[in-house]
Design a protein around this ligand. Structure first.
Ligand SMILES: [Zn+2]
Length: 227
């Protein structure tokens, strides 16, 4: 029997992590009446801007993507992109713990320790710490995979690697919303065969779906669930 998720908090390093990692599942859960909150730790795209014409208002893009996915509450913190290591783990832990205390989610989704991005690793640790047993409301923690960040993590030989053990089946409409939310981020959507192209995102959903004999799916690492 599926444990009912009532309140989900998605903890992300960058605006677009939530969409690339779990956009289809978020849309599906929101449709099912789950209250979904999003906490993004950084609010600029400085070091990722290739052309220099990056998204000018990151917060607006995050809010726009969130509204497509059905996320009801968005908090964007002001840390610098690709500079979370300069903030330190302890401070990040405090920020995420405060978010969890305020929102009281029963479930956390976050980035994977297997990702190449140091920001993703730091945020993943902060979320796991905020959701550890006996500290609050969290009963389930899952990590999602992000095209490019998780791909390169595996390819680079990160010891853990992304090992999914939890799949969420998606309908076409959920994938459509994921792609629509992705478009809110503008330049994050690259042409095929880039892993973050729309076709690249669909290809992963089809691959994860085929692993469980379903048309489309998103895969997660289930860190812990308490029934
Ligand atoms: Zn990211």
């Amino acid at each position: 029997m599926r444990r009912e998720i009532r309140k989900l908090l998605v903890v992300a390093a960058h605006g677009d992590d939530e969409t690339l990692g779990a956009g289809g599942t978020i849309a599906r859960l929101a449709d099912d009446g789950v209250l979904v909150g999003l906490c993004v730790l950084t609010n600029d795209d400085g070091s990722r801007s290739v052309s220099g014409s990056g998204v000018t208002n990151r917060v607006a893009a995050i809010e726009s993507a969130a509204s497509v996915l059905g996320i009801k509450r968005v908090r964007v913190h002001g840390f610098g992109d690709n500079r979370l290591d300069t903030i330190g783990q302890l401070e990040l832990n405090r920020v995420v713990e405060r978010e969890v205390r305020d929102f009281e989610p029963d479930t956390l989704f976050t980035t994977s320790l297997a990702d190449l991005s140091l920001d993703h690793q730091l945020v993943s640790r902060a979320a796991r710490i905020a959701g550890r047993p006996g500290r609050g409301s969290v009963r389930e923690i899952r990590c999602f995979e992000i095209r490019s960040a998780t791909d390169t993590g595996e390819a680079s030989g990160t010891p853990s690697g992304f090992r999914p053990n939890c799949w969420e089946v998606l309908e076409e409409s959920h994938l459509d919303r994921k792609l629509e939310a992705l478009r809110a981020y503008g330049q994050e959507v690259d042409p095929w065969p880039n892993p973050r192209s729309e076709r690249g995102v669909r290809a992963l959903a089809e691959y994860r779906g085929s692993q469980i004999a379903a048309g489309l799916a998103e895969a997660f690492e289930l860190v812990r669930v308490v029934h």
